[in-house]
Design a protein around this ligand. Structure first.
Ligand code: GAP
Length: 461
């Protein structure tokens, strides 16, 4: 086996293990699985919904709660169709698509061999794919590329005609731009200030894949920061650093994160500058988040298309102008995958391999598992009492099936930071054992102090 082939096998092995754990333990299921799946859409199971909610809470806390300058919004998915004309999506939100005339497979150009060079040629209008072999069947029969709009089209009301066309939003951002004036009137913020939003977005991706990395329905966490034009370059730099700090705060190692600046011909139609935060997934460095300097593009376009002024009036200087926008845009699903990949670990132990999800405690689906030493009618009442005392303060789980060693392993595998074991001594001394996931260290704690001690230990990690 060549080194490259071995590396590919290891990568496939690791991504398979993470995906298999995600399914087996209830993090992520293929949508409509019993019907064979629904084309790259995913359902988050009991543990996945906890993990993703914890990520969204962490984002909201960092972007809204602890700042005085950002407020929230929850915009509708269906918007007036003119929104997407003004935003440029009807015209520009396209991928170049090629189809193989032999096997009928379709590809994005950047998914073909030498994709970066082909994309460059496409942008320069000099693309020729006649010499490129189809990655699926190997034939050199790729048709000329055509533009494919990534927005899902639907119809509002009972008649399916051009007047009733609507689009499923491909980004949450537009609800913020069209509500700029409403929010400004309602909360009267001085510049700079931001509007943050978490919500679903839809893109008819030609080649979705890599599990939840690129899907057709996903959630975005976006923030648009309105500012004076002169302040935009400085704020862009500040937001880059701030967003990188947030990814590290999730427990992701610094060496697996990096910035990548977009070249001029690569930037989206709205961006004067764009930097990605990338994460080293098992399948390579990939975009997690985009930070964009969108200038006054969006507000000007919406003012032009709607006929409504979207301006800021500074009552101190008596200036009236269109603010610039620095945007931070990250996927909640992609961040969930980032966190799963960063946390997944295997280590040898006496029974073979111990699989551990080293999730940051604030993200772990369950913070504490309560485990009676064995399923025994003398232990159960006290164990249930201990569980009840923890439940109000923490996401907990109770498990009394199988041997205690196997139950510890099950909790390690889903990232539960602490296990509390109730044993026969507990009946006498009213104390329990706290076992820590990463070090597997154990300490004995009086039940009367348990809630405080659990709190302390979760905060320590
Ligand atoms: N408003 C700007 C905007 O939407 P983007 O770079 O197209 O920018 C932002 O998207 C983030 O949304 C990406 O960095 C990624 O995390 C997430 N995202 C985009 N397309 C996705 C897809 N098909 N599946 C999962 N996440 C996606």
């Amino acid at each position: 086996m060549t080194v490259t082939a071995r590396a590919v096998k290891e990568i496939e092995g690791l991504t398979d293990k993470i995906q298999s754990l995600a399914k087996r333990r209830g993090f992520v299921f293929a949508s409509s699985e019993i019907y064979g799946g629904a084309g790259s859409t995913w359902d988050f199971g009991p543990l996945g919904v906890e993990l993703k909610n914890n990520i969204k809470r962490s984002w909201w806390r960092a972007m809204v709660q602890v700042r005085g300058d950002i407020v929230g919004l929850d915009g509708a998915i269906l918007m007036h169709p003119k929104v997407w004309e003004a935003s440029g999506h009807v015209e520009n939100f396209v991928d170049p698509l090629v189809e193989c005339r032999s096997c009928r497979h379709r590809f994005r150009i950047d998914d073909l061999p030498k994709g970066d060079a082909l994309m460059e040629a496409w942008r320069a209008n000099t693309l020729d794919v006649s010499g490129t072999a189809c990655p699926n069947c190997g034939e050199r029969k790729l048709a000329d590329p055509r533009k494919f709009n990534l927005m899902f089209k639907t119809f509002v009301g009972p008649v399916e005609d051009t007047a009733s066309v609507a689009w499923l939003r491909p980004e949450t951002a537009q609800a913020v731009y069209v509500n700029f004036d409403n929010v400004q009137q309602a909360v009267r913020r001085r510049l700079p200030f931001g509007i943050a939003q978490i919500g679903k977005a839809f893109r008819n991706e030609i080649t979705p894949g890599n599990f939840i990395f690129r899907s057709r329905e996903f959630e975005q966490m976006e923030m648009q920061y309105f500012c004076r034009p002169n302040d935009a370059p400085r704020l862009f730099e500040e937001w880059k650093e701030e967003r990188m700090r947030w990814h590290r705060s999730l427990g992701v190692p610094a060496e697996r994160l990096r910035f990548r600046e977009h070249a001029e011909d690569e930037r989206a139609h709205y961006a004067a500058r764009a930097v990605d935060i990338e994460f080293e997934f098992p399948f390579g460095w990939k975009e997690l988040e985009g930070i964009h300097d969108r200038t006054d593009f969006d507000l000007r376009r919406h003012a032009e298309f709607s006929g409504k002024k979207l301006e800021y009036f500074d009552d101190l200087t008596q200036e009236r102008f269109v603010p610039y926008i620095v945007e931070t845009a990250v996927g909640a699903d992609r961040t969930t995958y980032e966190v799963l990949c960063a946390a997944y670990d295997e280590e040898p132990d006496k029974d073979g391999i111990r699989t551990v999800l080293r999730l940051h405690p604030s993200l772990a689906p369950y913070k504490v598992a309560v485990l009676p030493l064995s399923k025994n009618e003398r232990l159960s009442p006290l164990a249930r009492e201990v569980h009840a005392s923890l439940r109000a303060g923490f996401m907990t789980v109770y498990d009394e099936t199988q041997a205690i060693g196997r139950r510890y392993r099950r909790q390690d595998e889903i990232g539960t930071p602490l296990c509390v074991t109730v044993d026969f001594d507990s009946l006498e001394d009213r104390a329990v054992t706290i076992r820590e996931r990463d070090s597997m260290a154990q300490v004995r704690v009086p039940i009367a102090e348990l809630v405080d001690r659990v709190q302390e230990r979760l905060a320590e990690v």
